[in-house]
Design a protein around this ligand. Structure first.
Ligand code: 0GY
Length: 299
């Protein structure tokens, strides 16, 4: 048994999140969250760039119920590398109410991919954020993209806005549905109408296979908690321009937070500010994630 110590600068997830004021509609999906460990059962990857606090599946289910979500999409985080065991274990104990996004390398076998599919995985994540990971070479990513296509999976990409110009051509060459984490992490001190965010809008507008998560005000906001209002115009713009290609979620347990422990109840309230009609809320919280992760349940 290995024990791990959380990075000293880390702030663990909020112990007692508030009840949201915004009532989630029945069937709402938290389409971006993680499970971490516990490290003594599912050890963190040797190549990780941070050591998190344990955030096991039982705590995630409790948060889901407390906030009023019905389902989760659990995204493999870099601290577990390409070892998807904690993710698969969570999916196996979710009563069908969770799907997953895994991380794989080119040495993954077809049998392993099939087993991940059976477990409920529906996508792979390509991470380009330098503080989190040494990104895989592009030829390896292209190879993985081709290998997962027959399973009907999509690709989730995570990058920072300043990197988009350099990555743009590679991204538009990816096959199938590509989901961008956290709107490409805009610098919210810059205008929505400025060239940086507009490059991301162009990516979404000109490539209909691109989707966006309108997530993570807690890490994008310069104004900070509890309202995160400086992120609202960015997320609202994306929700209104691309209502059929947006997802949202809590980002629990909020890896790498060093400023504050986000109150997940307030993060749910944020959703009501970026999707301001019942129709937009239903698409964002139910129709879109169900189409992507539970298509067999969509009539
Ligand atoms: C997120 C954010 C972060 C970390 C990871 O895989 C990860 O380690 O995703 C981050 O630090 O920005 O998407 O939840």
């Amino acid at each position: 048994m290995t024990s791990f110590t959380m990075d000293p600068k880390w702030i663990p997830f909020h112990p007692t999140p508030s009840k949201p004021r915004f009532a989630l509609p029945p069937g709402a999906v938290d389409a971006h969250c993680h499970v971490f460990g516990p490290g003594d059962v599912f050890p963190y990857a040797p190549e990780r760039k941070y050591t998190p606090c344990d955030a096991p599946k039982e705590k995630l289910w409790a948060l889901r119920d407390h906030l009023g979500f019905s389902r989760n999409v659990i995204v493999q985080a870099t601290c577990h590398g390409a070892d998807n065991r904690a993710l698969v274990d969570a999916l196996a104990h979710a009563d069908g109410r969770a799907r997953g996004v895994a991380t794989v390398r080119r040495d993954v076998t077809d049998e392993e991919l099939r087993a991940l599919h059976e477990a409920g995985v529906r996508g792979v994540r390509f991470n380009f954020v330098k503080r989190l990971v040494n990104a895989l070479p592009r030829d390896e990513l292209a190879e993985i993209a081709a290998r997962i296509a027959p399973l009907g999976w999509h690709i989730v990409i995570y990058f920072e806005a300043a990197e988009l110009p350099e990555l743009y051509e590679f991204f538009v060459g990816l096959p199938g549905i590509v989901v961008v984490d956290h709107m490409g992490r805009p610098d919210v001190s810059k205008p929505v109408t400025g060239p940086e965010f507009q490059l991301f809008v162009k990516l979404m507008r000109e490539h209909e296979n691109f989707w966006s998560k309108v997530t993570c005000p807690e890490r994008l906001s310069l104004q900070g908690p509890p309202e995160y209002d400086d992120v609202v115009p960015f997320a609202r713009h994306i929700v209104e321009a691309f209502p059929d290609r947006v997802l949202t979620g809590t980002d629990w347990p909020h890896p790498n937070m060093t400023t504050h422990a986000p109150d997940d109840g307030k993060l749910v309230d944020f959703i009501g500010k970026i999707a301001v009609t019942a129709d937009l809320q239903r698409k964002l919280l139910i129709d879109n994630p169900m189409r992507l992760y539970w298509p067999e349940e969509v009539l």
